[in-house]
Design a binder for this molecule. Structure first.
Ligand code: NAP
Ligand code: GDD
Length: 362
């Protein structure tokens, strides 16, 4: 039985990865940081929390002693570093904390592995945000970086630390440059979940309007369940490397809103431009989406689109779920949670949250 240590197990990817590794026969040690309000709901949704192969352990990425203690107590074969301050907007208001956690924290963990058991295989969660003001499209492993946020800068430090540990110490450190991946378990501050939740609530009359920032930003959105499989495959490869995981298609925030509202039974018509643009319900004529310039970022990443050819060729990884199905899954989950049924969904009884394993065999 292999043992894996996942940092940031309470987050979206942590929950999906823990479920995947348990389904593959691993013992999973899930690192969570102490807080006054614990967030174990994702692990509970995927039936991981009480699983006999799963164990929670207190761990803070910024504390080297904390990492040494976990490594020596549990002797993991694989470490997945998913912990981060991962919200780009918050990185502008908390740049130092973001650098400490998402940048220096990753290097601290790599050093803990190097100084304790350097044969441990490590996965570093790198990000398409590192491409930022993109130098080429689509982006792949050879595209130069140009981060546009303190988060992107911190992730770039962590990425190069991963590469450096691989080269300097011959450690097995894989870096996954992952494009946006979403799910019903996504944090509510991220735009897809914010939209899915609002589409459900607005259609049920529980919310009047949805306020969004830049409607025209485009992202390469995939399903988190598919992406955690890619993380695992990177650590099973014959040699450590850097891989892009993406779908190869890009969709604007406005187009994602169209998809989400349609799944909630509402067609949107867009009127106006810039900060005056609004989304109007085609049936009622009511404005349900509006722009709030306070949600614009100091620097924006306009368009991301990845080219995952290397992962497909060398890892046999291919995303299964496209953006339209993702939007449908996310909106269905919102209705499921409030105990309602969306009027227009033909298969309202479909289980709303897919586990990673079912996603890959579907
Ligand atoms: P997430 O939901 O925000 O989860 C982040 C996790 O990190 C949470 O469990 C959080 O704990 C934990 N954490 C934060 N600070 C910590 C600290 N000092 N010590 C220990 N744990 C800490 O993020 P995600 O979407 O699952 O993403 C997982 C990783 O992939 C992140 O590193 C993210 O930057 C990266 N990534 C994500 C995407 C994406 O589209 N999802 C794309 C590329 C890269 P709390 O629950 O206590 O906050
Ligand atoms: N969050 C949010 N809220 N974003 C909005 C909103 C809003 O109300 N309105 C428009 N947007 C735009 C943002 O400006 C951005 O261009 C886009 O929607 C996506 O924003 P997020 O969902 O917050 O994700 P992100 O792309 O900034 O970052 C995510 O993906 C990265 C990988 O590319 C995060 O998961 C990062 O941790 C990850 O590294």
């Amino acid at each position: 039985m292999k043992t894996a240590f996942i940092t940031g197990v309470t987050g979206q990817d942590g929950a999906y990865l823990a479920a995947l590794l348990i389904s593959k026969g691993y013992r999973v040690i899930g690192g969570y940081r102490r807080s006054s309000n614990q967030t174990f709901w994702r692990l509970a949704e995927l039936n991981t929390l009480a699983h006999p192969s799963f164990c929670l352990v207190e761990h803070d990425l910024t504390d080297p002693h904390s990492s040494f203690a976990v490594l020596s107590t549990y002797q993991p074969d694989e470490v997945y570093n998913l912990a981060a301050q991962s919200y780009v907007t918050a990185s502008f208001s908390q740049p130092s904390a973001t650098a400490q956690i998402s940048g220096l924290g990753a290097q601290t963990l790599l050093e803990a592995v190097r100084l304790s058991r350097r044969e441990i295989r490590v996965y570093q969660a790198s990000s398409a945000e590192m491409f930022g003001k993109v130098r080429a499209s689509p982006q792949d492993e050879l595209t130069p970086f140009h981060p546009r946020s303190p988060y992107g800068v911190a992730k770039l430090f962590a990425h190069w630390s991963a590469v450096n540990h691989r080269e300097a110490y011959e450690m097995f450190v894989a870096s996954g440059i992952l494009f946006n991946h979403e799910s019903p378990l996504r944090g509510e501050e991220f735009v897809t979940r914010k939209i899915a939740k609002a589409a459900c609530r607005i259609s049920l009359g529980a919310q009047a309007r949805l306020r969004l920032g830049n409607l025209h930003a485009k992202r390469d959105w995939g399903f988190a369940g598919d992406y955690v499989e890619g993380m695992w495959r990177m650590l099973q490869a014959p040699k450590p490397d850097t891989f892009v995981l993406a779908t190869g298609t890009t969709t604007s925030v406005r187009e994602f809103a169209d998809l989400a509202f349609l799944n909630a039974g509402m067609e949107l018509i867009w009127r106006g431009r810039g900060a005056d643009e609004v989304g109007v319900c085609a049936t009622s004529g009511r404005t349900v989406v509006e722009v709030d310039p306070a949600l614009y970022r100091p620097a924006e990443v306009d368009v991301l689109i990845g080219r995952p050819n290397k992962a497909e060729r060398e890892l046999g990884w291919r995303p299964q779920i496209k953006v339209a199905e993702l939007a449908k899954m996310m909106v269905a989950a919102e209705f499921h949670w409030v105990g309602a049924r969306p009027g227009l969904l033909p298969e309202a009884s479909t289980p709303p949250i897919r586990s990673p394993a079912t996603a890959l065999t579907a």
